[in-house]
Design a binder for this molecule. Structure first.
Ligand SMILES: *Cc1c(COP(=O)(O)O)cnc(C)c1O
Length: 356
């Protein structure tokens, strides 16, 4: 049993694992003829990779993607079944060979040098080849892929990544798909993977053999205003530590950047930018107290933020939880000038992750 937020006087992240499972199954239902992996890099987008992966195993997921080998090694401790594949997106180098072997990690190779190093290392685990279809981030060029195919490279998976999957009408999508198909056809025995969360929503033509959603598992997308049928799976909560009656002329926080122009009730909550509440939400963002919108007053500081709870007077008591991100995650990301991805992965290390 986890301590209550009041006892800890600290923010916590409530992770709804049933919602994660429902999101996984919702994405699967959109791509019924494709396999469905789970991208759990950056501690499953801040939600906690161990809990998320353990739950998704129960939903039948057998392939996971992480960014780095240390992330993969940590995940392998949780998922010690060798039949569960852990792909490492950031690639391979000879110096990491023993780490890949020990944790049974499968590299996603993205340069000819990595392919040569992998071959020379004598490792026999399956590997993937990442093809650059136009994003110019990771991946071999189509020309290099052709040379590798001619040299007999035999990946078990060929994959690429979409730059604009959240914009269904963007011409980048069909252009990347066409380039990906050209290269994938050089490796006829390999499975194919192109779609992240946004790609799942682009339809059948983008699903191929394996989809790789990440953000959708958390119930967020970057799809503007589209009914995606996903459920927000995480809620950042912080307890109210103290209340203040403000009089006209009273100021709040560092820099005295907010001045009350009327009598107000203010609540100080135990979350600040060290917990992942961006400072850019100063005087701009909001939380919910008893379901009522409570605007942020003054600057978000490291450990504390002050809310206007004048309209939430009935719920505003010391110990009551203010919800900082949850249902409002997408709107808060917009208010902060960022994306749900950055808000979730920015949630601080000291924030306890609690199943609920
Ligand atoms: C992060 C990542 C994903 C997951 O993307 P979402 O938009 O979070 O679904 C898939 N593939 C690659 C290569 C990635 O880097």
């Amino acid at each position: 049993m986890s301590a209550s937020p009041l006892a800890n006087r600290a923010a916590r992240l409530i992770v709804d694992l049933d919602a994660v499972a429902a999101n996984y199954n919702r994405l699967k239902s959109l791509a019924p003829s494709s396999g469905m992996a789970a991208v759990v890099k950056a501690d499953a987008y801040g939600l906690g990779a161990e809990a998320i992966a353990t739950r998704l195993i129960r939903e039948g997921c057998r392939e996971f993607f992480v960014a780095t080998a240390p992330e993969g090694a940590a995940l392998r401790q949780t998922l010690n079944d060798p039949a569960v594949r852990i792909w490492v997106l950031n690639g391979f180098e000879a110096a990491a060979a023993s780490r890949f072997t020990k944790a049974q990690l499968a590299p996603v190779l993205s340069t000819p040098q990595q392919a040569a190093d992998y071959r020379a290392s004598g490792l026999t685990a399956p590997f993937a080849l990442h093809v650059d279809s136009g994003m110019h981030r990771l991946g071999v060029s189509p020309k290099d892929a052709a040379a590798l195919a001619a040299g007999g490279l035999a990946p078990t998976l060929v994959m690429s990544h979409l730059a604009c999957s959240e914009e269904p009408a963007d011409p980048m999508n069909p252009a990347q798909r066409a380039r990906f198909l050209d290269v994938a056809s050089l490796f006829p025995d390999a499975r194919r993977s192109l779609a992240n969360t946004g790609g799942v929503y682009l339809g059948d033509a983008y699903h191929f053999n394996l989809c790789r959603p990440g953000i959708g598992l958390a119930g967020a997308t970057a799809l503007p205003g589209q009914a995606h049928g996903l459920t927000p799976a995480a809620r950042l909560e912080a307890p109210i530590l103290q209340l203040h009656d403000l009089k006209p002329g009273d100021t709040v926080g560092y820099g005295a950047s907010f001045t009350a122009d009327k009598a107000m009730l203010a609540a100080t909550v135990a979350a600040g930018y060290a917990d992942g509440l961006p400072r850019s939400l100063s005087n701009t963002g909001w939380a919910r107290v008893g379901g009522v919108k409570a605007p942020i007053l003054g600057r978000v500081s490291m450990d504390l933020t002050v809310l206007d709870v004048t309209d939430a007077e009935n719920a505003a008591r010391a110990g009551e939880a203010a919800v900082l991100f949850g249902e409002d995650l997408d709107a808060m990301a917009t208010a902060a000038g960022t994306l749900p991805y950055e808000l979730l992965t920015g949630i601080g290390g000291r924030v306890e992750r609690v199943a609920g």
